[in-house]
Design a protein around this ligand. Structure first.
Ligand code: ATP
Ligand code: MG
Length: 252
């Protein structure tokens, strides 16, 4: 249901000596409903640039992104807004995405208020339901971000992304700042939510072991390109590209 076809994006870097960086080169993939695509690769290979294109924060130079067969950027602002709402993001640092001065309740209501979704009573009801869904008590709603642990803050961010009823979540290193046990809890929660709600995920990581456990398909990215893609077990058990082999041996 999410399809990227031959997307490319260049950046111009440097002021005096201008240098072109091809951050993403002819990347294509399709992501079915209820499935997870993992993107692995070294720092700077273009993973977050792909994420920002999928989130409409960047426009690709060439290529197209379609959701349910419809172009993500058609130019019709109202329709594009409704489409892009279906794709939400979970960032690596929840604390930088939550307003430190505001209570959690406010941060959860904000997206629905901005998108004119529901009346205030219905919003309050949804907030409680979402807190329950991410296994957080309602007492947290009256706290501020600094009064939460890293794991709790990431659960709040998941609830916040779900307020807009997305079908796809982009997870850019969502748990790399959490310790291992909390990381497993958050990833398990994401798996549960996927099963309950049929969500699709794009999961970005440089930890191939986490990707192997969490993702149905893997795309191995090197210098802007997807050099190898396929079902996770196949790629891990029978890597074809040199760089995939390197990634797999590096962790040993
Ligand atoms: N706005 C920008 N302007 C110029 N260059 C950029 C911009 N955004 C990204 N780049 C460059 O594009 C390349 C890919 O960056 P990107 O952030 O997508 O990498 P990444 O795979 O997410 O890395 P990491 O694992 O460190 O997060 C890098 O060379 C980066 O310097
Ligand atoms: Mg990145």
């Amino acid at each position: 249901m999410l399809e990227a076809e031959q997307i490319s994006k260049k950046f111009v870097k440097g002021v005096l000596r201008r240098q072109t960086v091809e951050a993403v080169k002819e990347v294509s993939f399709s992501l079915p409903e209820g499935k997870t695509l993992g993107i692995v690769g070294n720092s700077g290979c273009g993973k977050s640039t792909v994420a920002r294109i999928l989130l409409s924060l960047l426009t690709p130079d060439t290529g197209s992104v379609r959701i349910d067969g419809e172009e993500l950027f058609s130019g019709d602002r109202k329709r594009d807004r409704a489409r892009t709402r279906k794709i939400q993001m979970i960032f690596q640092h929840p604390e930088s995405s939550l307003d430190p001065a505001k209570k959690i309740r406010y941060s959860l209501e904000e997206p629905m208020r901005i998108h004119h979704m529901y009346d205030p009573a219905k919003r309050r009801e949804r907030i409680c339901r979402l807190m329950d869904l991410v296994d957080l008590g309602e007492d947290l709603l009256d706290r501020r971000p600094r009064q939460l642990s890293g794991g709790e803050a990431q659960r709040v961010m998941i609830a916040r992304a779900l307020t807009l009823e997305p079908r796809i979540l982009i997870l850019d290193e969502p748990t790399s700042m959490l310790d291992v046990s909390v990381q497993a809890q958050v990833l398990n929660l994401l798996k549960e939510l996927q099963e309950k709600m049929g969500l699709s995920y794009v999961f970005i990581s440089h930890d191939i072991d986490v990707v192997r456990w969490f993702c149905h398909d893997i795309a191995v990215m090197q210098q802007g390109r997807f050099v190898e893609t396929g079902p996770t077990e196949k790629v891990v058990e029978n890597p074809e590209h040199e760089f995939t082999k390197e990634l797999l041996t590096m962790r040993l």
